[in-house]
Design a protein around this ligand. Sequence first.
Ligand code: PMP
Length: 286
Amino acid sequence: MSEIVYLNGEFMPLEQARVPVLDRGFIFGDGVYEVIPVYSRHPFRLPEHLRRLQHSLDSIRLANPLSDGEWTRLTRDIVARNEGDDQSVYLQITRGVARRDHAFPKDAKPTVLMMSGPLSTPAKDLVDSGVPAITATDYRWLRCDVKSVSLLANCLLRQTALDAGAAEVVMFRDGYLTEGSSSNIFAVKSGRVLAPPKNHLVLPGITYDVVLELAAAHGIPCDVREIPEQEVKTADELWLTSSTREVLAITTLDGKPVGTGKPGAVFRRIHPLYQEFKRKVMRQAA
Ligand code: PMP
């Protein structure tokens, strides 16, 4: 069965979905997006994703084309029309179609796309082994809190990691940890979880919030503060978090082992807590 997508008010097979070449998303990367994990056909933390979407839209001065109720119905609809209990819903809004001009068009209608594919979370062997990462200078723009479709820098950075045989970059700006190319990064030192603060230099991750909530609820000490590069390089543990990769241990950094070179003790506490939390939320939603 072909994937069904929603484009500007209509549902259609993915192969039939077309956007004009003058769409500002294509010409300028002038748009924002969200990725929402769906477990057992229940969208995970949808209100939080919609709140972040509103922040992104406000930041680029684009009116939200749908209400939260409409987004919620549309998300459920697209999930129902696609195969698989676990899905990854992608939605994107661009400033619409207009003659190429940097200035905002006066009366363009935003382009609204929603699609959904299978959700592939990390296999058990990856959770057990952890993944390699490399360090990189964060050369992205200064509004990384906006979930913008302009992801060229993120793509270049991710490819640098892949070319080095690594899964992710751990980025620093002015000597402090920011995040990964598509994930937030946590460090652990002497049993304390360290997380960079949410500001304009990082995407406010939904998984980041879940991890901090779980740590607080289970008495794992956390410090949200600026983390100097040196502290990251000498951390006992590093983790990356995202909606699709959940919580994964980074076990080598620039080819050197992080801590013991295996997922650490605090990771081995937080990972099952995350899985249990997911199951609990889904049971409540059912
Ligand atoms: N930072 C960046 C740059 C990302 O692209 C992502 C993935 N959307 C994240 C962090 C993690 O966010 P979330 O936990 O909401 O998936």
